[in-house]
Design a binder for this molecule. Structure first.
Ligand code: HEM
Length: 178
């Protein structure tokens, strides 16, 4: 336990939150783009995949910082609220890695083989060839997990704003630090 979130932990928190929301909206756009806008569609897919893959090293770095520096002592809240917060944050950490991994596996299994090129610079080899049956399982899992992540993150944010309005320095602690 430590007194406050470090600057690196705070920046990672907001950077990853931003990445998730931007990539979620990008996914809705990329799927909605018609085939007549093929170039834009391919570019948005590659950007979606690149931003999503960026989440993986950021997640590792965040868990490493958490292990090394710990986190601030929890606020004096009723036991059930502390339990709900711990479970909610644990699920957020789990989804923050599950969503991009499922996305990458969906891209690998996609029946139309499209290479994943990280920010159009670095080709990332797929772990297996196209597989329709696998894609039919992985894609809905990726989409469902992504919706779960966004809804849970919004709930997490709403609870933080609620505590902030009650005078608890929860949001301030993650925004500006001590
Ligand atoms: C922040 C992380 C990510 C979020 C929030 C996210 C979100 C989503 C959502 C919501 C969809 C469904 C769109 C729809 O049908 O309405 C989707 C589809 C997809 N995503 Fe992601 N994704 C993420 C990361 C990734 C990564 C890392 C990859 C691959 C490297 C990826 C590849 C795909 C593919 C291939 C589809 C299916 C598109 C299609 O059916 O044509 N995603 N994503």
């Amino acid at each position: 336990m430590q007194g406050a979130w470090s600057a690196a932990q705070r920046r990672l928190h907001w950077a990853m939150a931003g990445l998730v929301f931007v990539n979620f909206l990008l996914a809705l756009v990329m799927v909605a783009l018609p085939l007549s806008a093929l170039f834009a569609k391919i570019l948005t897919y590659q950007l979606h995949k690149s931003l999503g893959l960026l989440l993986i090293p950021l997640w590792v770095w965040r868990l490493w910082l958490l292990a090394r520096r710990g986190r601030p002592a929890p606020f004096m809240l009723p036991g059930w609220q502390q339990g709900a917060a711990r479970w909610g944050q644990g699920l957020l950490y789990a989804l923050l890695i599950t969503v991009p991994v499922l996305g990458f596996l969906s891209a690998a299994a996609a029946p139309v083989a499209v290479e994943t090129v990280f920010f159009l610079i670095l080709p990332i080899p797929h772990p297996f060839p196209p597989n329709q049956a696998l894609y039919d399982v992985l894609r809905p899992l990726h989409q469902g997990a992504a919706w779960g992540l966004v809804v849970l993150a919004m709930g997490h944010g709403a609870v933080a704003i609620h505590h902030h309005r009650r005078g608890l320095p929860v949001l301030q602690g993650m925004w500006r630090g001590p």
